[in-house]
Design a protein around this ligand. Structure first.
Ligand code: NDP
Length: 331
């Protein structure tokens, strides 16, 4: 079986040359578990920090031995448990960048592939989608008529968050993204009202123009700089969801702080979000979002690496913020 591993321990931002492909024995199906042939594996921004042992206390994978971590979807080819049968489609949290993965039944989740591309179970219907749903519906509790601002809006979390906010009745959904191609995706495909390209001069003024009456909810995926700007436009009793700091993960420096003045002025609520807290609500999330995905009311672009050989270069693009939509490996 082929799998991608680190060549050596990492200190800095991962580059394609830090990875290599090796042949490893195919995992055995455990008693009480399943063996799965993977069709798609996820690449996520937090993995850049995880590879250096700097993500929520989780260890870095052992260089030369352990597959790079990633969620995966695929089909059960052997089952030694009562919960899953051979041929069923499943999602595994600990799949890894490899061709096959074994897991106990408790770590596998059956997925609905009736009219749904299995890869969507790693994006809009996967961990990023659950993150978006938790932030928009459980923490911010977006209501009818509200205005919502979201950065990294072309990505899986941001793109899904905006479309869920709209479904919850938001009157205005504004995105921030890097470059005209991403902004076209956000407005054209995801249906945001506007998307501001922060790589263009004068973008802050354009953002203010797009939010003439301010905003009720801000969903932060990128940096405290953008958060601080959003806070200056927040209406009284607005809410900010602190979901991610993609611009800071690879710098080795903590993100600069939050400007408290506007928080107090707006009587704003700041909610940190960790998706792990919502794993026990996956069924409620999927029950609500799967019909939207199946009926085409929620769409998400996938930025696909074709095979494990293409994964290191695609991951380097993700680390540089150059992905357009959810970064995945198709096997
Ligand atoms: P994305 O596909 O959105 O990729 C990250 C994006 O961040 C990039 O495409 C880029 O978009 C933007 N970005 C801005 N500056 C940088 C930079 N210096 N380096 C790299 N990227 C940069 O990822 P996801 O949708 O998977 O995740 C979005 C955010 O949500 C991330 O911060 C992630 O860590 C976080 N997250 C948090 C979870 C939680 O439990 N709190 C769970 C899951 C995800 P652009 O060019 O448009 O700026």
């Amino acid at each position: 079986m082929r799998q991608v591993v680190l060549k050596h321990a990492l200190e800095d931002k991962p580059r394609a040359a830090d990875f290599t492909l090796i042949d490893a024995p195919r995992p055995q199906c455990p008693d009480g578990g399943v063996l799965v042939t993977l069709s798609h594996v996820s690449m996520d921004p937090y993995v850049g920090a995880r590879l250096r042992g700097r993500h929520m206390g989780e260890p870095a994978p052992e260089p030369g031995v352990e597959a790079i971590p990633g969620h995966g979807v695929g089909v059960v080819i052997e089952s030694r448990c009562e919960d899953f049968a051979k041929g069923e489609a499943v999602h595994l949290m600990e799949a890894g960048w490899r061709e096959y993965a074994a897991a106990p039944a408790s770590a596998a989740r059956r997925i609905d592939t009736e009219g749904i591309d299995p890869a969507l179970h790693l994006s809009a219907l996967g961990m990023p989608g659950l993150t978006a749903w938790a932030g928009i519906t459980r923490l911010a509790q977006v209501c009818e008529g509200e205005t919502v601002l979201i950065d990294a809006a072309a990505g899986a979390v941001g793109g899904t968050a905006g479309q869920i906010a709209r479904a919850k009745g938001a009157a205005r959904v504004i995105g921030i993204a890097g470059g005209p191609e991403k902004c076209a995706l956000v407005t054209g495909e995801y249906g945001f009202d506007a998307c501001i390209d922060y790589k263009q001069d004068g973008w802050e003024a354009r953002l203010k123009d797009a939010l003439p009456d301010g905003l009720n909810v801000h969903f932060e995926n990128v940096s405290s700089d953008i958060l601080n700007l959003a806070l200056t436009m927040m209406k009284p009793y607005g809410r900010a969801i602190l979901c991610g700091l993609a611009a800071h993960y690879q710098t080795g420096q903590p993100a600069p702080g939050i400007n408290f003045g506007p928080v107090i002025g707006a009587r704003a609520g700041l909610h940190g979000l960790v998706v792990y807290d919502f794993y026990d609500r996956w069924d409620a999330f999927a029950g609500e979002i799967a019909p939207m995905v199946r009926e085409g009311r929620l769409r998400l672009a996938h930025d696909i690496a074709d095979g494990l050989d293409a994964a290191p270069a695609a991951f380097e693009r993700l680390m540089d913020g150059k992905n357009r939509g959810k970064a995945l490996i198709a096997l």
